[in-house]
Every structure is written in C-alpha cells, then in structure tokens.
Design a protein around this ligand. Structure first.
Ligand SMILES: Cc1ncc(COP(=O)(O)O)c(C=O)c1O
Length: 561
C-alpha cells in the first residue's frame, strides 16, 4: 500500500493519503514493521469509512436527517467531516454545542437532545440560537420556559428497550399517559411544542422497537392535533443503529423496518395535507441521532504489549484448563478469530498462564467495557504460526488499578513483550470517555483517506491553503485546524454529494443528497444568491449525469459499506 504523505510533528494532525482502498489492518502492519516506530497506542481513523456510512444512511433512510450524537466520539476530524458531508448534530451539553458551533455549523443544525439539562446550559442554547431541545418532565418545561422562551420543544417518550445492550428507558422518556399531560402543560405554558422523540436504546437488537415507538409517536401527534389544534412537525428517531464493520446487513434491516413504519404512520402526503407547504418553519421533518453508526467501524486501535508475567500452573489448574477451557467452543472460536487461523483443543498447553499488560486500558479507550457493555478481543498481527501452543491468557491495562483488565480470560499463543495487537470497531464510546489516569497518554489518531480525499479535503483545509497536498509534499503541515467559510462548506457539500453519488453509482443517494443540499442552502449556510445557484446547478448537473448512467430505480445497487 503506497502512502502519499505524512507529517512527523506530533503537534500537527497526522493525515495520510493512500492510492488504494483503505485497509486499516494492513496500514497498521506497515506502520509497526518500522523498527523505529514508537510503541505508543494509536488509532487508525478511516475517513473513507465515515463517508461511506453517510452515503449508506442517506440512501437507506432518505427521509431521515442524521444528527450525529456527539457524545459517541468527539474527535474533531470526525465532527468536521460529518459537518462537511451535511450531517447535523445531537448535543448533550453546552460544551458539545460550543464544539459544534465552533466548526461553523449553523445553530439550526443542532438539537440539544438531553431531556434533563442544567439551567445555565439552556440559557446558553438561547444565547447562541440552538432552539430545538428535548424534555420528558414538567419541571424541565418550566425551566425551558424561563430560560429559553423561543425553544422548540420535543417530547421524549419511553420505549421498549429490553433488547438493547445499553438501556435508557429507566432514566429517560415519558410514558404515554404522562405524555398526554405534558402536551397539555406545554400548551398551557405557551411553549412551542414541535415534536416527539425517542431512543430505543443503544445497541438495539430488535428492529421492531423502532416500529412500536414510531406508532406511539403518531398517536401523540394525533392527540395534540385533535385536542389542541397543534401541528407537531418534528419526529426524532433517536439513536440505536449498529455501526460495527459487520453490521451492514442489520442496519439495512432496521432501515427497512423504519421506512415501512414511517410510510404507515407518517406518510408524506399526510403532512402535506396537514401542514401545507408554505410555512417552511413548520415543514415536517424526520431526524435521528445516530452515534455508534457513524463512529464505530472507522476507528481501529493498535496497542503494544508493554510487559508480561508468566505463571506456572498447579496440577489442579492444569487439569481444569484441559477439561474445561480447551473444550469451551466459544474460547476456541475466539482464539481462532484473534490468531487469524484455525485452532483446536490439541494446541492448548495448560502448563502455564500468561498475563499481558498493554498501553491502553479501561480508564482510556476501553472504558467502553464498563460504559458501553462492550466486549473487546484483539487481533494478533505479528509472527504466530498455526502450530503455536495456546496458553490461558489475560490482558491488562497500563494503570496501577486492579480493575484495569481488558480481557479477563482467553487463549493466545505466547506473545513477546513489545508485540503489537489490534482492536477493531473502537470508535464508539471509547475516546470520548477516556482520561489519562496514571499519566498514561491517550492513544493518538492517524487519519487515513484514499479516493475521496480530493472531495473531502476541503473539510479540513483553511481557505488560505490552496493545495494541501503540495504543502504536504514540501514538508509543511498537511492540515490546518480551521474550517472553510460557510460558503465554501456549502460548495464542498455539493461536490462531496456529487462525487460520493458518482462513486457509489447510486442515483438515489445523489437525489437525497441534493435534498439535503437544498436544505443546507435554504437555511442560510450559503451567503450569496449567485453562489447558491451555482451550487444547486452543480448538484443538479451531477445528479443528471449519474441518473443518465444508472437505473434510478436500482436502489440496492453498489452500496459500498
Ligand atoms: C439522546 C441520545 N441520542 C443519541 C444517542 C446515540 O446512540 P447510539 O450511539 O446508540 O446511536 C444517545 C446515546 O447515549 C443518546 O443518549
């Protein structure tokens, strides 16, 4: 894999362009094969993966505007890229709002989706023009009325989240009966109640959870209209969409389920009839708050074995491991997945067990073991053969805390100190909860891009930097941290949409991106009329071109992720 550019200065963003499709594992192998590489933990962040996820979203859920849940991963490059691609944002606090606004994102592209907010945060939202916010209780309504009289309030309802890995309904969401009362209170207080939201739980395993929640939301829309003449116009489907590299089919299944439920309960013409099309502010919108969907698979973590402890096992332990561990099918399957080759019970050697210490742990990237109920297993990338013996092993983080264990028990060939190992799908609820406990530095990020780089580079490059690659080639910083102007962002969004559509050969993607682009421009992101027209024309030209080549009805075609 030929790498085009790099930057050695650690204060700069490390972004590398490749001239072939991104394979994070191969990139890591190539990095660690350099004898002089430092042994610090690092992430490979695949920017192509993030682009593909966005294209997949707007293709499969064309009626649903994604508002990325910032809490999932606050990495600045991820946020910049998503802003550039036209996604909007779900923020949980003042700091998250500030972070997103600092990227140049317009306030109307943010929803403050935390039903229980600190009053000062509500005041801040008022000050900066973030009007959409969720609530699920009466006290919150009074708080909002006092501190944000202009707020557009979204009622969060409870869901059946029993099939989710991380459940929220014990903490958030009003039941149906309470919801009716809250609608009444909102009307009495003169609050601008605009819609209904829910969250089916993170890591939701049952697509039906969305159907049920959408149906409940429709009941509340009807109730508000029939009893108070209120035309609610925002439906927020929350988060809960899978994002690991092997979850594409499951996401498609969820998307099909959602589309069917939306067509049944919120058909487009119902709202045209109900709300008319004149009042843009009241135009019906469906949004969602995906977090892990966007972040999970793009981040691959590489850690180093900094120390190891080998212990001889007692006769009783040896017998136990031979009888139990070697016959545990799950352990054998895990071992095969970690080694990357088939293994069997005859390879298990119970004579010793080994503890490995790596330079990232539960206080940093692996906080997901606690907070996200994650299960993390490494992939070995260095020198092991199919005949290597397997030993009972455990993998520990680098801090002095006994709680800091990443893998409690597994079967591994004997690893060397200094050996690297890799953890895939590490983008969701990892970095965002990490602290440098014991002074251990957090893993740094190496961003990688390939064919989309020419399109997406404007997400990262300051207007004053004309050609980032030639700067990189001459050893100057590849990236500036400031963003292009809103005008440039709109233009970039058009060309991103165009190129993405062309590269996925999917006419529908192009169309839905055009809708988002129009919205982007209509909402004041582009500043002058001639620019707006040029951008719209560019998008239309490309869409026409794509449609001329492809069967527009071939919705399932060539989805790349
Ligand atoms: C209000 C809200 N929206 C969205 C999300 C993102 O959820 P997920 O990462 O499962 O998509 C969360 C996660 O905690 C949340 O609390």
């Amino acid at each position: 894999m030929k790498e085009k550019s790099n930057t050695a200065d650690s204060s700069l963003i490390d972004l590398r362009k490749f001239d072939c499709p991104i394979n994070s594992l191969e990139i890591i192998k190539s990095i660690v094969s350099n004898q002089n590489v430092d042994k610090d933990a690092f992430y490979i962040v695949d920017l192509e993966d993030i682009c593909n996820k966005h294209i997949n979203w707007i293709t499969r859920l064309p009626r649903v505007e994604p508002h990325y849940a910032v809490k999932c991963n606050t990495d600045a490059m991820l946020l910049k890229l998503l802003a550039f691609l036209g996604a909007s944002f779900d923020c949980a606090s003042k700091n998250e709002i500030q972070r997103v606004l600092d990227l140049g994102v317009a306030p109307h592209r943010i929803i403050f989706a935390n039903p229980c907010k600190q009053a000062s945060n509500v005041k801040y939202a008022y000050k900066v023009g973030v009007d959409y916010m969720t609530f699920d209780n009466e006290a919150e309504l009074y708080k909002i009325k006092e501190h944000h009289p202009r707020a557009k309030c979204v009622l969060r309802i409870i869901t059946n989240d029993e099939d989710a890995i991380c459940r929220f309904s014990m903490k958030f969401g009003a039941d149906m009966e309470t919801s009716l009362k809250l609608i009444e209170t909102a009307v009495e207080l003169g609050i601008d109640l605009v819609g209904v939201s829910f969250h089916v739980g993170s890591g939701q395993m049952s697509p039906k959870a969305f159907t049920e929640a959408i149906s409940n939301a429709r009941q509340l829309f009807d109730y508000a209209r029939e009893h108070f003449g209120l035309k609610l116009h925002l439906l927020d489907l929350g988060g809960g969409y899978p994002g690991s590299s092997d979850s594409g089919d499951f996401f498609s299944l969820i998307a099909r389920e959602i589309n069917a439920a939306l067509d049944k309960h919120f058909p487009a013409d119902y709202f045209r009839e109900l709300n008319g099309t004149d009042d843009d502010d009241r135009k019906f919108r469906i949004i969602a708050e995906p977090g892990r969907y966007y972040a999970c698979s793009a981040f691959t973590l590489c850690v180093n074995v900094i120390a190891k402890r080998v212990m001889n096992q007692s006769a009783a332990q040896q017998k136990h491991d031979a009888d139990v561990l070697a016959k545990d099918e799950q352990q054998m399957n895990n071992a095969a997945a970690m080694c990357g080759y088939p293994v069997d019970a005859s390879l298990v050697d119970p004579s010793k067990s080994i503890m490995y210490y790596i330079n990232d742990g539960v206080y940093a990237s692996f906080n997901c073991l606690f907070y996200d109920h994650a299960e993390c297993l490494p992939i070995l990338i260095q020198d092991h053969t199919e005949s290597s013996k397997l030993y009972k092993s455990s993998i520990w983080g680098p801090t002095c805390d006994g709680l800091d264990v990443v893998v409690k028990e597994c079967l591994l060939p004997e690893l060397k100190t200094d050996e690297f190992m890799v953890f895939k799908n590490m983008g969701a609820y990892t970095i965002s909860g990490a602290v440098a406990f014991n002074g251990i530095p957090l893993a740094r990020c190496i961003y990688v891009a390939s064919t989309s780089w020419d399109t997406i580079k404007n997400a990262f490059v300051d207007e004053s930097i004309v050609d980032s690659e030639s700067l990189a080639a001459s050893g100057s910083p590849l990236l500036s941290t400031s963003l292009p102007s809103t005008m440039m962002m709109a233009a970039s969004a058009a060309s991103a949409a165009a190129t993405a559509a062309a590269s996925t050969s999917c006419a529908l993607a192009a169309r839905s991106m055009s809708i988002q682009l129009d919205d982007h421009i209509d909402n004041g992101c582009a500043s002058d009329d001639s620019g707006d027209e040029a951008i719209k024309q560019l998008a239309k030209d490309v869409i026409n071109e794509v449609e001329a080549k492809e069967d527009p009805l071939d919705v399932e075609c060539a989805i790349t992720c």
